[in-house]
Design a protein around this ligand. Structure first.
Ligand code: SF4
Length: 262
């Protein structure tokens, strides 16, 4: 792995141009990110981290095309937006801030949708399961996920089968793509869904790892509990040097299990 960091100006805003060169499973991958210099919070770094994730996603899509397959995800299909979506704590806080900044009418609609969905998950006993996620036994997540999926409840940001916060959607949403017919995603438990293999993916946990110790169980937030989580945990951890955070992020994705040949 090589990592070059060059200062540059972007629209008169000083930024760092970060270039990372990796070899993943024999494939050379170049990741470019525009990173704010100096002390930043993880929230402020999210656009750069998503940018890195998008590069790896593009590599995955290219590999799929080389195999003669095509990604079947299209605007107008929101099946995956009824699945439990795991996001990093910083993404939960970012979603909450995004909702706070929406025009009042829209903000109320979205908050109402979150509350209504959580009520349904509570009635089905799933909300409490999600809140206890830090204590799940191995394999329990799949069981909860299937029950969640069975309720067919839309993500509050889904409208007319399209994501209304597309540019700000969490990394897990970006990483989930399939090559099998879209309708198969209605029941992904049927083993009829083939997902795009993202090199070093899933990448989203590396965002979560930036605010916790390496040996701790991964902290994550179900998207549907994002506003609730952010209410209880409103503050990003203290700002840190952006270079240090980027280096930790890249080191984390290159260290992932199953990517030993990086
Ligand atoms: S944030 Fe957007 S892409 Fe992600 S689950 Fe919700 S509607 Fe779907």
């Amino acid at each position: 792995m090589t990592l070059d960091i060059t200062p540059l100006l972007w629209r008169n805003v000083p930024m760092l141009d970060v270039h990372v060169q990796l070899t993943i499973k024999g494939r050379s991958v170049a990741i470019d990110m525009s990173v704010p210099p100096g002390e930043v919070t993880i929230g402020q770094l999210l656009p750069a981290l998503w940018q890195a994730g998008e590069t790896l996603i593009a590599v995955g899509i290219k590999a799929v095309k080389e195999q003669g397959k095509a990604v079947s995800c299209r605007k107008g299909c929101g099946h995956c937006c009824r699945q439990p979506v795991p996001i990093a704590p910083a993404e939960a806080r970012a979603l909450s801030r995004l909702v706070d900044k929406m025009p009042a009418e829209r903000r109320e609609v979205i908050r109402h949708r979150f509350a209504a969905a959580i009520r349904e998950f509570e009635a089905a006993g799933i909300a409490e399961e999600l809140r206890m996620r830090g204590f799940w036994e191995k394999g329990h997540g799949r069981e909860v996920g299937l029950r969640y999926l069975g309720l067919r409840i839309d993500c509050p940001f889904l409208q007319d089968e399209a994501c209304t916060i597309y540019a700000n959607r969490p990394l897990a949403c970006r990483e989930y793509m399939v090559t099998t017919p879209a309708d198969n995603c209605e029941d992904p438990s049927a083993n009829t869904v083939e997902t795009v293999d993202i090199p070093a993916g899933p990448v989203w946990p590396a965002i979560g790892r930036l605010e916790q110790g390496e040996d701790e169980k991964l902290k994550w937030v179900p998207l549907i509990l994002a506003l609730e989580y952010a209410r209880e945990n409103p503050d990003d951890p203290p700002a840190q040097d952006s270079r240090t955070l980027i280096e930790r992020f890249i080191t984390r994705i290159t260290r992932k299990r199953g990517n030993g040949d990086i």
